[in-house]
Design a protein. Structure first.
Length: 179
C-alpha cells in the first residue's frame, strides 16, 4: 500500500467517523438559547481620528426559569456578541415561576424607566414590548402582562427587568414573610 493510498484511506475513515457523530448535519444542541437584543456602533475619538467598535446586548435563557444578560464591546460584531454571551453565562438568574408566570405583581423604577409586571392567567401569552419580550420568552414566562414607561433605551429596559427578577420572591417566601 502506497503512502498516498494510506492517506486517502485515513481521510475517508475520519470523514465516516465525523459523519456518524453528527448525522443529518445537525448542530450540537446548545445549553442556552440566545437572542441579540441590540447591536450598536460606538465611536471613540482618539488622536488621529475616530475608533469604531461595536456594542452588543445579548440575553440568554433555557426557557425553564434561568436567564442571563450580557453587554460587551468588541472590534467587530461577532466578537462583541461572543463576549456578551460569555458575560451573560456568568450573570444567570433563576426565576421562581408559578404556572408559567411570575408569582406576584412588581412595580420597579430603574433609572428613568418604570416597569410594571403582572402575572397573567394561562392562555394570555406574553404581552410585552421589544426588549422586555425577549427576556420573558427566554426565561420561560409564557403568561405575563407588562408595561415599560419613561424609557426607550433597550439596555436600561433589560436591566430594569433583571432588577425586577432580583426582587421577585417565590410563593413560599411570600407566605413566610406574611406570618
Amino acid at each position: 500500500m502506497s503512502i498516498r493510498s494510506k492517506i486517502s484511506v485515513n481521510s475517508i475513515q475520519y470523514m465516516e467517523r465525523r459523519r456518524r457523530s453528527n448525522q443529518d448535519g445537525e448542530r450540537e444542541k446548545r445549553e442556552f438559547d440566545q437572542k441579540v437584543v441590540e447591536v450598536k456602533r460606538v465611536t471613540r475619538v482618539v488622536a488621529g481620528g475616530k475608533r469604531m467598535r461595536f456594542r452588543a446586548l445579548v440575553v440568554i435563557g433555557d426557557h425553564k426559569g434561568k436567564v442571563g444578560m450580557g453587554l460587551r464591546k468588541g472590534a467587530d460584531v461577532s466578537e462583541s456578541v461572543n463576549k456578551a454571551v460569555n458575560q451573560a453565562k456568568k450573570n444567570m438568574i433563576t426565576l421562581p415561576l408559578v404556572n408559567d408566570t411570575i408569582p406576584h405583581q412588581l412595580n420597579i423604577k430603574y433609572k428613568s424607566g418604570k416597569l410594571m409586571l403582572k402575572p397573567a392567567k394561562p392562555g394570555t401569552g406574553v404581552i410585552a414590548g421589544g426588549a422586555v419580550r425577549s427576556v420573558m420568552e427566554l426565561a420561560g414566562v409564557k403568561n405575563i402582562v407588562s408595561k415599560m414607561l419613561g424609557s426607550n433605551n433597550k439596555v436600561n429596559n433589560v436591566k430594569a427587568v433583571f432588577a425586577a427578577f432580583e426582587k421577585m420572591k417565590s410563593k413560599e417566601e411570600l407566605a413566610r414573610l406574611r406570618k
